[in-house]
Design a protein around this ligand. Structure first.
Ligand code: RBZ
Ligand code: NIO
Length: 561
């Protein structure tokens, strides 16, 4: 028995060369039964199969392949490598007698499902297990299969009319193999790549007790150039203008020089990151909008339709969206960074919104976002948020972290007014009274939460560590900053407060932080819009510093004394 399985495992090939011989129904049925025997997480049974025999359908799918394959080959700069790539036969969509699509139904995640809490990827993994079983069964029966994944996901789903909630893994070509590629993977036989001889195995011999690396290191950088500040100030003062005449732009230029550790600071690859998450407190009617709007707005961000999309586009700022914990499962191929901590926090009215561990994970995930942008050359990040009811979470955090009465921290958010605002205040007051836990900042953050608020805090702390400029938006973004500041006050030297929001509490919070906002436009939107709108001011600051003539270079007389 063992030998037979081993033989099947060895001879299974990703096959793209088939004979015309049809695949008998019994062969396919047996293979699909094998697929159905595969394990599925929490016994979700979410794997779905679609059989394709129709020639026209196959031809249309092949066209999708060709379009994407062209895209792939265009990405290869080296001509020899590109020629080698185009010579490979990577599909057999029309020539294989049978087509199969294996997918999984995301809607199972709408009810409690064992094994999907840490990561909802597990339903996808279950479908992959089924694919492998099918592959082995076909091999055992003398047939072969080829996995085609070079397809435009959206178009592919549309073409075969898959329901919105079903995600395909790919298109599978099935038939009698015309070759076994000399008992080796096709890509190896064609000289594209060599498979390693043995699996990579590492034994983990001890428990790693350290916390997340980002927060272990001290923010005390040993070598600060003490002369740098003086040098930048001197350059600013020698520009052809009366001393101090560029006002706040001068302050900004000096700050940017100090943050980037140079006398000629420049913004490189600016990004705006919107962190989105849901809040359990929403169930008590503290927002003017229903919770679904968070997920709907995330989709809107990916489609370019939100305010932040427009302003980022206007100023050529790259926009990233992070799902920090939205109560909706987005299709995996959307351009969203998946840092989901859960489907929203719990309500903090009667118990904790999240756990202390989750705070640490949020900080870490936030730091990862900053680090990946940093590695790609970015030195400036604006921080935005989206999360229905997050003005409530932010108000309570501000009240407890700054020790201000909740009335002074609570505003209308999305437009909660009159009686509803009284009700919002009542609920927040009640939540504060119900809280009997520690007054330590981290304990307060865990109890009241905000997956997006704490991921932003972690991302900001990391930006400080990487000598990056961090742009703070309105009320919620500033509360996220407050969380970071409570952990490490030095983070403030890298922060630019972009806008005074019209949300009650923001003015007081900025006073608490002794921070001067650049703009006051009566906006109260969030999403990072204040950062994007203030961005040209930062550009003006670096432009005057780097490009203006000095009294010396222009030969202009300075004032007498
Ligand atoms: C369509 C829409 C787009 C938004 N973009 C930002 N927010 C803002 O409003 C929410 C906070 O207000 P509250 O605490 O009252 O729910 C957050 O999602 C915030 O980003 C929006 C809100 C809505 C309705
Ligand atoms: O200032 C903000 O960040 C804000 C205010 C209201 C609603 N959403 C965000």
């Amino acid at each position: 028995m063992t030998f037979m399985l081993d033989d099947i495992l060895r001879s299974r090939r990703d096959t793209r060369h088939f004979t015309d011989e049809p695949v008998p129904d019994e062969v396919l049925e047996k293979a699909l039964r094998a697929g159905h025997m595969a394990p599925t997480v929490g016994l979700t049974d979410a794997t779905q199969y679609y059989v394709i025999k129709n020639k026209e359908v196959k031809q249309e799918i092949k066209k999708l392949f060709q379009k994407y394959n062209q895209k792939a080959s265009d990405l290869i700069e080296n001509e020899t490598q590109r020629d080698a790539y185009t010579a490979l036969k990577l599909e057999a969509i029309v020539d294989a007698p049978l087509g199969l699509v294996v997918g999984y139904d995301r809607s199972v995640l709408n009810t409690f499902t064992i094994g999907t809490i840490a990561s909802n990827d597990t339903i996808r993994f279950s479908a992959v297990c089924a694919v492998q079983n099918i592959w082995l069964s076909l091999t055992e029966q003398g047939y072969g299969m080829g996995w085609v994944s070079i397809l435009d996901h959206y178009q592919f789903k549309k073409l075969i009319a898959l329901p919105e909630e079903v995600e395909p893994l790919g298109y599978f070509c099935i038939g009698k193999p015309a070759t076994d590629y000399g008992h080796q993977p096709m890509l190896q036989q064609q000289g594209w790549k060599q498979k390693s001889a043995a699996p990579t195995v590492t034994e983990v011999k001890k428990v790693n007790r350290s916390t997340y690396p980002a927060f272990e290191q001290s923010l005390n950088k040993p070598i600060e150039n003490e002369l740098l500040e003086e040098q930048i100030q001197l350059i600013i003062d020698r520009k052809t203008k009366p001393a101090g005449a560029l006002g706040i732009l001068e302050t900004l230029a000096l700050q940017m020089g100090k943050v980037f550790k140079t006398t000629s600071p420049e913004i490189k690859h600016p990004h705006l990151v919107v962190f989105a998450a849901d809040h359990g407190i929403a169930q008590h009617g503290v927002s003017a909008y229903p919770q679904e709007v968070t997920g709907q707005m995330v989709k809107n961000f990916t489609e370019g339709g939100a305010a932040i999309n427009v302003f980022c586009k206007q100023h050529s700022i790259s926009l990233n969206i992070v799902d920090a914990g939205v109560n909706y499962d987005f299709p995996p191929n959307l351009p969203i960074i998946n840092h989901k901590m859960g489907r929203g926090t719990r309500s903090f009215l009667h118990g904790p919104a999240m756990s202390a561990d989750q705070v640490q994970t949020c900080l870490f995930k936030g730091s990862e976002v900053t680090n990946s942008l940093f590695r790609a050359g970015c030195n400036t990040i604006g921080f935005g948020e989206m999360g229905i009811s997050n003005t409530s979470t932010a108000a309570v955090l501000m009240s407890l972290l700054c020790k201000y009465p909740i009335e002074q921290c609570t505003g209308k958010g999305t437009g909660v007014a009159g009686e509803n605002l009284d009700k919002k205040l009542l609920i927040l007051n009640q939540a504060i009274q119900n809280y009997t836990g520690s007054r330590e900042p981290l304990a307060i953050m865990a109890h009241f939460g905000g997956f997006e608020i704490l991921q932003i805090a972690g991302a900001m702390l990391q930006a400080k560590q990487n000598d990056m400029l961090l742009l703070v938006d309105g009320f919620i973004s500033t509360v996220a900053f407050l969380c970071a500041y409570k952990m490490e006050p030095k983070v403030k030297s890298n922060a630019v407060f972009c806008h005074l929001s019209d949300e009650t509490g923001h003015r007081l919070l900025l006073q608490y932080l002794d921070a001067q906002p650049l703009l006051q436009l009566k906006m109260r939107l969030g999403e990072g819009t204040g950062c994007a709108i203030a961005y040209p001011l930062l550009k003006s600051a670096t432009s005057f510093l780097n490009e203006m003539a000095s009294f010396d270079s222009a030969g202009i007389s300075d004032k007498d004394q």
